[in-house]
Design a protein. Structure first.
Length: 68
C-alpha cells in the first residue's frame, strides 16, 4: 500500500490552522508539525536515483565529418 502524501500534507496543514493559540504548547505543536510537513513534502517529491547509462566513446581514430 502506498502512502498518500498529498492527503497527509493537507491534514497536517489543517491541524496547523486549528492551533492558533499563543501559548507555549500551541507554539511547540506548530514547530513539530512544521517538521513533519517538511518530511512529508520531502518524501512526496523524492525521486529514486537514476541509473546512468554510459555514452559510447568513439575509438581513437579521427572524428567523422559533420553532415552538411
Amino acid at each position: 500500500m502506498k502512502s498518500d502524501f498529498a492527503a497527509a500534507h493537507l491534514h497536517l496543514d489543517r491541524a496547523c490552522h486549528y492551533l492558533r493559540g499563543d501559548d507555549e504548547v500551541s507554539r511547540a505543536a506548530l514547530a513539530a508539525l512544521d517538521l513533519v510537513i517538511e518530511a512529508v513534502a520531502a518524501a512526496q517529491y523524492a525521486r529514486p536515483t537514476a541509473d546512468v547509462v554510459p555514452f559510447p566513446r568513439p575509438s581513437k581514430g579521427p572524428l567523422p565529418p559533420l553532415a552538411s
